[in-house]
Write a protein that binds this ligand. Structure first.
Ligand code: SF4
Ligand code: SF4
Length: 458
């Protein structure tokens, strides 16, 4: 099966330094022949390797503003974290005007969709008590992590569409209604903080096709946004501060008003929490807000600002903005008395580690165990695999050799050197003057071969 991945490798820039293989949360990278390779079936597009690469060899594939020309009417969607990329004194209305001035016909905050999803999450938790904890579906990197590394936990993902998709659907319907244009003439562009959202649009996690047509990186347009801030005419904002709060860790729980919740950010922290759920330890918690990026979406690698600074700016905004009229009233004013949040279906996507055939898989597992016993257990990464166990699995499936391990290679070289040394000292029988007339060889090091006192001097 083919997967679209936003995270890519620029082979020219890769120096094979192995920094990225240790950071990948799903062990999806190997370094072979001096270059990194991404294993498509494992990658979750979290962007950790982009963060880790000192040579900028990893990058996120995304669309370009030039694609505006492909549509008759274009709408920009802004992530809540975008507001954290500007100074405190820059209002949301000016930021939206700057975005619109990139060439869009309209602009809308995904924070509006976040409000709709907050309400749907609250309702879902109240109506469904049979399974706990439920995990937020908002971060596509986390959803993919569950699919790939914790497939038994997919039922814990709350089956609701993400704010980005909900806002896109709302704006498509609203634009179609207002302009009379057919759907294909309307271009919905999302300004993304992360590669995971690019992938979520091209290859949606929940089975529903995306309503977003193109995904741009905030970093690609940021310079022009700064220039455009001089726009005199501010733009209409639609979202309340609670939706805006979704841009940083804790925002979803605050907006949905969930009391018994656990908030976790950073993909490796998320893994440790998912491991706890797997062990059945967190059943007393209702909801887990989990985000792959440190600090939440303000920490997305396609943003530009320091995540701590961006987080503070977003918190100031949430604190200082006045509350707006209820969501239902704002939607009704836009001609939509209710906007349903679609249900998604998250399927497991487990990695085939050893073999699809159970019997062969068991045999390979046995081989892996034996190999692990003989590998040094240092997890040094010199072999191009992130851990000794990963190398053992690669060997079992025929993708690596034991001598890829530098220590095993050294052992082999030493054994070969010893053998070569022994061979070099070997003498053909016809030339062997160490043999006595009565027979009996001298030992390898000149000592008697048959034990002390059995040799005779010639
Ligand atoms: S971090 Fe990975 S992609 Fe970057 S240079 Fe090193 S091996 Fe290559
Ligand atoms: S935390 Fe936000 S920015 Fe980071 S991967 Fe998830 S959705 Fe993207």
């Amino acid at each position: 099966m083919e997967y679209f991945h936003s995270v890519r490798l620029d082979k020219e820039k890769c120096k094979g330094c192995v920094n990225c293989i240790k950071k990948c949360p799903v062990e999806a990278i190997r370094v072979r022949h001096g270059k990194a390779e991404i294993m498509e079936e494992r990658c979750i597009d979290c962007g950790e390797c982009i963060r880790a690469c000192p040579n900028h060899a990893k990058y996120a594939e995304r669309d370009s503003l030039q694609d505006l020309a492909l549509f008759s009417y274009t709408v920009a969607l802004t992530a809540p974290s975008l507001y954290g990329q500007f100074r405190d004194n820059v209002s949301p209305a000016r930021i939206l005007a700057a975005v619109k001035a990139l060439g869009f016909d309209d602009v809308c905050e995904v924070a509006l969709g976040a409000e709709m999803v907050s309400q749907a999450v609250r309702d879902y938790l109240q109506a469904n008590h049979h399974l706990r904890p439920l995990v937020s579906s908002a971060c596509p990197a986390v959803v993919r992590l569950v699919q790939v590394r914790f497939p038994a936990l997919v039922d814990h993902i709350i089956p609701l569409e993400s704010p980005m998709q909900v806002t896109a659907s709302f704006m498509r319907r609203k634009t179609a209604q207002e302009t009379g244009l057919p759907s294909e003439k309307i271009g919905i562009f999302f300004l993304s903080p992360c590669p995971a959202k690019v992938t979520a649009v091209k290859n949606p996690v929940g089975g529903l096709p995306s309503e977003v047509d193109r995904v741009l990186a905030v970093a690609d347009v940021y310079g022009r946004l700064l220039e455009n801030l001089r726009q005199e005419q501010p733009c209409l904002t639609r979202a309340d501060r609670l939706g805006i709060g979704w841009g940083a860790s804790g925002g979803e729980v605050a907006a949905a008003g969930i009391e018994n919740a656990l908030i976790v950010d950073g993909i490796h922290n998320v893994i440790s929490v998912l491991e706890e759920i797997e062990l059945g330890r967190l059943g007393d918690i209702d909801f887990i807000e989990a985000q792959a990026c440190p600090g939440g979406c303000v920490g997305g690698i396609l943003n530009v600002n320091n995540r701590f600074v961006a987080g503070v700016r977003l918190r100031h905004l949430v604190r200082d903005l006045p509350p707006r009229e209820p969501l239902a009233e704002r939607l009704a004013a836009a001609g939509f008395p209710s906007v349903p949040v679609p249900r998604i279906e998250v399927q497991p996507r487990p990695i085939v580690r050893l073999d699809r055939d159970l019997k062969r898989a068991m045999q390979k597992l046995q081989q892996v165990q034996t190999l692990i016993e003989h590998l040094p257990g240092l997890d040094c990464g010199s072999c191009g695999a992130p851990t000794c166990r990963a190398l053992a699995e690669d060997i079992a499936v025929g993708k690596a050799l034991e001598t890829d391990c530098i220590f095993k290679l050294r052992e082999r070289i030493m054994a070969l050197a010893q053998e070569t040394y022994n061979l070099a000292r070997a003498v053909p029988p016809a030339m062997d003057q160490t043999k006595t007339a009565k027979g009996g060889n001298k030992g390898e090091n000149g000592g008697p071969a048959g034990g002390a006192g059995t040799g005779t001097q010639t």
